[in-house]
Design a protein around this ligand. Structure first.
Ligand SMILES: [Zn+2]
Length: 393
């Protein structure tokens, strides 16, 4: 099911849409008390940040009787990320710093400039440092009258969101959209041909954005090919360390591609803003501050590149885990949808080559590798350890 108005970006989330549009309606009518902190949870790709932004738009919407029209100036600017009273925080580095969070909390305590609420959307709230989380907690405990915090995290487990913050939030749980829901949206909204939409939805693991990328981006398809070529190669005579090399290199290349253009244009913008290339006393004075500002930008860009590389490697490992999980499902004859239904032949062949315990050891090794990388182990070292297990069990 595809929602309407501001909810159009949400796929298969009718229960959450119901809760949010009711709350936005009550807020517009001024009936009942407003909840000032919301926590959007759900697996990656279920649309946590899409739901948070849609709710922010509905709260600012000009259509008071049925907020969330999607067409008024408020709805459009919130969805485009340009509304002056909606701040969208995406931790691009490895975490959000205390200083960033303090500045944000302070800005959010001002009266709304034009909208009805000051809204702060924090994507990946699970990446807050303890210090940043404490700075946020103070604001969430005593929110200014017109301020609303919308947090997004994979779950409301204490590993993702501190218990104290969780206790102040109303939780909106999103579910993994079905393959049919995803295929529908790819076809109807993105105009993707039916056969490609169905295939991409079936191998996306319930991740809408991933399905769209696989359907439209040949590079994303070939990266998936490369990852799924690893297990069959390890069954044969392939060099396991070449396979490890390929995995890490693919992730690094993706990170470089996605961040390079942005890095360059950010640097050019900053230098322009700092008056680089000007002459005279003003420009000379500006020049001194420039070096520091450029260094700070480069530091942030480096941190973002590291995060992007880890995220792409993690996605590769999720695909790999899906393969061994499928092998296990096939060995047990379990009647469940496969993660990689288009690899049935390779999955069957692995199922007949390994005893179930051997498959389980491999699956556990992939999950351990994900954890090691999350804990800052160098990707190459973690992946080398992984392929040793994948090869020899
Ligand atoms: Zn509207």
């Amino acid at each position: 099911m595809i929602g309407k108005g501001v909810w159009a970006g949400l796929v298969g989330q009718s229960a959450a849409i119901q809760v949010l549009s009711t709350a936005a309606g009550a807020a517009a009518a001024g009936t009942g008390g407003m909840t000032h902190a919301w926590l959007f949870t759900g697996p990656p790709g279920s649309g946590r940040s899409v739901a948070a932004r849609a709710f922010a738009a509905a709260l600012q919407c000009a259509a008071r009787d049925k907020p969330g029209c999607g067409t008024c100036q408020s709805c459009r600017t919130v969805l485009a990320g340009t509304h002056p009273d909606v701040r969208n925080i995406v931790p691009e580095g490895l975490s959000i710093s205390v200083a960033e969070m303090r500045a944000l909390v302070q800005a959010a305590s001002r009266r709304p400039a034009s909208g009805r609420w000051q809204i702060v959307v924090i994507e990946d709230a699970d990446r807050l440092t303890e210090g940043a989380s404490n700075a946020l907690l103070k604001a969430v405990e005593e929110p200014p009258a017109r301020t609303v915090f919308l947090l997004c995290a994979p779950s409301d487990h204490p590993d993702d969101v501190s218990v104290t913050i969780r206790s102040r939030c109303r939780v909106v749980a999103l579910r993994t959209p079905s393959i049919l829901d995803i295929a529908d949206v790819l076809r109807e909204r993105d105009g993707i041909p039916a056969d490609i939409a169905t295939w991409a939805a079936s191998v996306s693991g319930g991740h809408v954005g991933r399905a769209r990328r696989l359907a439209t981006d040949p590079d994303a398809r070939s990266r998936r090919e490369a990852v799924l070529a690893v297990p069959p190669a390890l069954l044969g005579a392939a060099d396991p360390f070449a396979a490890a090399e390929a995995l890490v290199a693919a992730a690094a290349n993706e990170a470089i591609e996605t961040t390079r253009n942005r890095d360059e244009s950010e640097k050019a913008e900053l230098e322009m803003a700092l008056g680089k290339g000007g002459t005279g006393r003003g420009a000379a004075l500006a020049g001194r501050g420039t070096v520091g500002a450029v260094r700070e930008l480069e530091r942030r860009q480096k941190s973002r590149a590291t995060r992007t590389q880890r995220d792409s490697l993690d996605r590769a490992l999720v695909d790999l885990a899906g393969f061994y999980r499928d092998v296990l499902a096939v060995s047990f004859g379990a009647d469940v949808p496969l993660t990689h239904p288009d690899r049935l032949a390779e999955i069957r062949s692995a199922a007949s080559s390994y005893p179930a315990e051997a498959v389980l050891r491999r699956l556990e090794a992939v999950l351990a590798c994900r954890e090691a990388i999350e804990l800052n182990v160098k990707p190459r070292i973690a992946v080398d350890a992984l392929v040793t297990v994948l090869r020899h069990g």
